[in-house]
Design a binder for this molecule. Structure first.
Ligand SMILES: Cc1cc2nc3c(=O)[nH]c(=O)nc-3n(C[C@H](O)[C@H](O)[C@H](O)COP(=O)(O)OP(=O)(O)OC[C@H]3O[C@@H](n4cnc5c(N)ncnc54)[C@H](O)[C@@H]3O)c2cc1C
Length: 390
């Protein structure tokens, strides 16, 4: 396919998404330059997440997430196999710990079927122990093809074959009749995959990025044997976050987390990271206040968990009771770029805006790392439609 033949296209952001988009556009004949403000790729969300390759069981059938997660998983697996990058189908159990949560399991199993996720089964209390001998619950959904991968390694591998300019922040975008300027460089088209930095480049819109920190603990070596793969709770359907889970990562570490607390800076990796200007802008957004009114109880619970590690242990022990005090130690956190609407709703689906010569990825939370190669195809198709900006 030669849709973008000869076109000069800039991509802002060298996370997995910007890099996958750059690769896709390059393969279609464009001359692509990636601009990244940090001195390395994968410095933010791509390098600070659970590393789970989602199979697509959670997402509303018909949504972009449902389609692009399924397609993206297959493309990512293929890329990892072809380039000998780590990829391991450790499998996932979503565990109901009360009878009331069983209805949530049924919804997940129905969604998995509607989304064409292969191999998903429903298990009873005994069956789930065959998969995870130390887990307890009244039932579970098992997704055997859910995997773990090394997203930063994928990003580095992508970057090695692209023109990536590191330490190259884009302060602003200016469009003219014939081109678009990203800082000091001019392009025919520009794609913004800036994650937490989106609003600074996207300008006014109906959504804003609110940073939600996800804090993690990891299991000490003696406790790691208690978890074989991935153990997740039944998610709260009102929220886009999946709840504190246990994740056996590709490097063998077992993570517990993440929670979801509003960060006090866009790149607020701890409570000490406070940026008054950014915080004031986040709080001034009407959507933030409406969201806080709607979800204040959940917010307080998450805040409690952030300040008291014992809450994490309790959450993990709900699924793996053999875990004991001292088995969890703090690990690095990540910050999600979550778009929030003016009405306070947390945008659930992936969202991409078009303005003239510019395409902006507005909302790409989990499972966007899993879906990155499929989002890249979708974005490249949309970039063709920008060919004649009116
Ligand atoms: C805690 C947590 C857990 C998650 N778990 C999973 C998971 O298990 N599976 C999954 O599929 N997804 C997961 N995700 C989501 C996934 O990490 C993201 O969806 C994905 O990494 C988004 O990639 P990105 O390239 O859009 O963003 P990023 O990786 O954040 O990249 C954006 C890049 O843009 C750069 N940038 C910003 N502004 C500018 C500017 N003005 N000029 C130049 N460069 C700029 C930034 O420095 C950054 O490198 C998780 C996310 C978090 C935070």
């Amino acid at each position: 396919m030669c849709d973008n033949q000869g076109m000069k296209i800039g991509v802002v952001g060298a996370g997995i998404l910007g890099l996958a988009v750059a690769r896709e556009l390059t393969s279609r004949g464009a001359e692509v330059t990636v601009l990244e403000k940090e001195d390395r790729v994968a410095a933010h969300q791509t390098g600070h997440n659970s590393g789970v390759v989602h199979a697509g069981i959670y997402y509303r059938p018909g949504s972009l997430k449902a389609r692009l997660c399924r397609e993206g998983m297959a493309l990512l697996r293929e890329y990892c196999q072809e380039h000998r990058l780590p990829y391991d189908e450790v499998g996932k159990l979503v565990v109901a710990s009360t009878k009331a949560e069983r209805a949530g399991l049924r919804t997940l199993a129905d969604r998995a079927r509607a989304n064409g996720v292969p191999g998903v089964t429903e298990l009873d209390a005994l069956g789930l122990r065959d998969v995870e001998p130390h887990a307890v619950g009244v039932g579970a959904v098992h997704s055997p093809h859910t995997a773990v991968a090394d997203f930063p390694a994928v990003a580095r591998h992508l970057a090695a074959n692209l023109d990536v300019r590191l330490s190259h922040p884009v302060p602003a975008i200016h469009e003219s009749a014939t081109s678009v300027a990203a800082g000091d460089l001019r392009f025919d088209r520009l794609v913004v995959c800036a994650g937490l930095g989106t609003d600074a480049l996207a300008g006014e819109g109906d959504v804003r990025i609110v940073p939600f920190r996800g804090e993690y603990f990891r299991l000490v070596p003696q406790a790691k044997g208690l978890v074989r793969g991935l153990i997740y709770p039944v998610p709260d359907p009102r929220l886009p976050f999946l709840g504190v889970h246990l994740t056996r990562r590709i490097d063998g570490e077992v993570l517990v987390g993440p929670n979801a607390v509003m960060a006090l800076a866009l790149e607020g990796y701890s409570w000490r990271d406070v940026r008054p200007g950014e915080l004031a802008r986040i709080l001034a957004w009407p959507g933030t206040r409406k969201m806080a009114r709607r979800h204040w109880l959940t917010g307080l619970r998450e805040l409690n968990g952030s300040l008291r590690p014992s809450v994490f242990l309790r959450a993990a022990r709900r699924y793996v009771p053999a875990l004991a005090e001292g088995d969890l130690v703090r690990a690095a956190s990540g910050v999600r770029a979550q778009a929030v609407g003016r009405d306070g709703a947390l945008l659930d689906d992936f969202a991409i805006d078009r303005h003239g010569r510019v395409l902006i990825v507005r909302n790409a939370p989990s499972p966007a790392a899993t879906s990155s190669f499929a989002i890249a195809r979708h974005v490249a198709d949309l970039t063709v439609a920008l060919s004649d900006p009116s």
